[in-house]
Design a binder for this molecule. Structure first.
Ligand SMILES: Nc1ncnc2c1ncn2[C@@H]1O[C@H](COP(=O)(O)OP(=O)(O)OP(=O)(O)O)[C@@H](O)[C@H]1O
Ligand SMILES: [Mg+2]
Length: 336
């Protein structure tokens, strides 16, 4: 197997903008990543860092002002940004699905849960109505909805938040997609239900062999379940690596700030420190590093030149001039 063919999804230098009355909002500015079949990628970053826009760009479900302005999204090697809406419609639901933060975004309040599940199955498979009804019950059982035979007759507002989220997962998985994008799937839920839903997603991943992109602003949520974590800021990737790289060897000032601002096992007795400053203005992206105006360690070069991604280890990459400086100094030290 060639190195590239193990990836079910590859995003290459993706750029997405919103063309608004105030100008071009550059929400995604050159994101790249590879996703292997059956693996989980976590995307983390503060509000407005471009996580959802990245997800919506892959699905091609952007608001009308939004447009992919550059880059490629390859599904099994084929660039889906070149596909027409008809082909994309078939692709969504059959091969790739999304779970939204708010279940009411994708559940229609005027139709019963059963009707919506059955319609999704009918749309994307060649099953008969009877088979689709059986599939709906089967999926609800799979995601842990009790008494599925009576649940199918209920409307979304008759279910609890946790139940609605389970129904959404059932809906996203009813056609057994290769890729599931979960955009903050548990943020609206309390901690116990949150843990149950995440566990359920992992179980289903094992059973169905799908790849997951887990989008969240909560580092804690993804620590245990991701094969790789990508940290975003200002529509760019700051750093990527396995959980140990990100939690124990953070190599970007933004990641370090993020870790100081949330409770973790290693800072339990320390005071939490929020990241100072305000998020960047995407209408006016800085020339250099996007995080520079808020970075305590910023140097002159950070203002004017965007840092390239530097490999720190086999699994770990970061885009921060501090690493270039450290590398340079260690080489100088070795030569002296
Ligand atoms: N429809 C839109 N029109 C104009 N700008 C938009 C639109 N949708 C998103 N944006 C811009 O894109 C930026 C990134 O938004 P995105 O929703 O991807 O953030 P996010 O990382 O998902 O944040 P959150 O954690 O709050 O969900 C926003 O700051 C906003 O400025
Ligand atoms: Mg979002």
């Amino acid at each position: 197997m060639s190195d590239e063919s193990k990836y079910i999804l590859q995003v290459k230098d993706l750029h997405t903008s919103f063309f608004t009355e105030n100008g071009e909002v550059k929400a995604v500015n050159g994101i790249s990543f590879n996703l292997e079949a059956g693996k989980t990628l976590g995307i983390v970053g503060e509000s407005g860092s471009g996580k959802s826009v990245t997800a919506y760009s892959i699905m091609q479900i952007l608001a009308s002002a939004g447009k992919i302005t550059g880059g490629e999204v390859l599904y099994k090697g084929e660039d889906i940004t070149k596909w027409n809406e008809k082909k994309m419609e078939k692709f969504r639901g059959e091969k790739i699905s999304i779970i939204f933060q708010d279940p009411m975004t994708s559940l229609n309040p005027v139709f019963t849960v059963g009707y919506q599940l059955v319609e999704a199955v009918l749309l994307h498979t060649d099953k008969t109505r009877k088979e689709a009804e059986a599939r709906a019950i089967e999926m609800l059982t799979l995601v842990g909805v009790n008494e599925p035979e009576s649940r199918v007759k209920q409307y979304p507002h008759e279910l609890s938040g946790g139940m609605r989220q389970r129904v959404m997962i059932a809906m996203a998985l009813c056609c057994e997609p290769d890729i599931l994008i979960a955009d903050e799937p548990t943020t609206a839920l309390d901690v116990t239900i949150q843990a149950q839903i995440l566990e359920l997603m992992q179980e289903l991943q094992k059973k169905l062999g799908m790849a997951i992109i887990m989008v969240t602003h909560d580092l804690g949520v993804i620590a245990s379940m991701c094969d790789e974590i990508m940290v975003m800021y200002g529509g760019r990737v700051c750093e990527r690596g396995v959980a140990d790289d990100i939690f124990y060897r953070p190599a970007h000032s933004y990641t370090k700030g993020l870790l100081r601002s949330i409770p973790t096992a290693s800072n339990m007795n320390e005071k939490l420190v929020p990241i100072g400053g305000t998020p960047i203005n995407l209408l006016n992206m800085p020339e250099g590093c996007a995080f520079c105006p808020r970075c305590q360690d910023a140097m002159k070069i950070c203002l004017t030149k965007k840092p390239d991604e530097l490999r720190i280890s086999d699994s770990h990459l970061a885009s921060c001039w501090m690493n270039v400086k450290a590398l340079y100094e260690s080489q100088e030290g070795a030569e002296a």
